[in-house]
Design a protein. Structure first.
Length: 217
């Protein structure tokens, strides 16, 4: 049996209220042994304290700070339309699991590692990305979960380097961490269930990786 037998992967859209409800329903329904969340420690603290990076701070931090600020503002912009703050479903997963006494694991790689890799993107991808960010206020933003796959494929086609860094490499990191969680739980009991809350774009990739390996018991 592969690791996927022991894991329920919940794929969320970070700015949709429905994702907050789905996370709550799955955790309550599964009553898992552990909840894994697509966050690192720094990102979790920032979300819990509603910390935002100001432009003046970003400028002092240099390229990484500016990139962080741009990504933050894009998420905020989308969240206004979809009715949820960026990361609300991650906060829900953390706070609900904690209140129920379920161990919480942060499975994403440190955000600084990801940002440093993004700075090495080809110039064409950087310029195209900046142009699209500047055009956001002019675009229609009626996005549904059903159309998310098409959007993901378009992003992969237009930004192959960004996709590799943001999606594929992090899938490997998160899948590896989930497998370590399962291994540690199987040392204590035979029936194990882990709920992993990740962005929808990571769901299939992580499930595919989990299905390739079998726990060593």
């Amino acid at each position: 049996m592969s690791y996927l037998r022991y894991v329920r992967v919940v794929g969320t859209v970070h700015v949709l209220p429905e994702s907050v409800e789905e996370v709550r329903d799955v955790i309550l329904g599964e009553n898992p042994d552990a909840v894994a969340i697509e966050l690192d420690y720094g990102r979790l603290v920032a979300l819990l304290h509603r910390e935002e990076l100001r432009l003046t701070q970003a400028l002092r931090l240099g390229k990484i700070g500016i990139l962080s600020y741009i990504l933050q503002e894009v998420e905020k912009f989308l969240g206004k339309d979809f009715g949820a703050l960026p990361g609300e479903e991650m906060i829900e997963a953390y706070e609900l699991a904690t209140s129920l006494g379920i161990p919480v694991y942060l499975i994403d790689q440190p955000v600084q590692v990801t940002l440093k890799k993004l700075l090495s993107a080809p110039r064409l991808e950087k310029l195209r990305g900046i142009a699209e960010v500047l055009a956001l206020p002019l675009l229609s933003r009626e996005v549904e979960i059903e159309s998310y796959t098409a959007l993901e494929q378009e992003f992969k086609r237009k930004y192959p380097y960004f996709y590799k860094v943001l999606v594929e490499e992090r899938n490997k990191v998160m899948a590896k961490n989930i497998m370590m969680i399962v291994d540690s739980l199987l040392l204590r009991k035979r029936k194990v269930k882990v709920v992993a809350v990740v962005g929808l774009g990571h769901k299939k990739g992580i499930e595919r990786l989990l299905s390739r390996y079998t726990p060593k018991r």
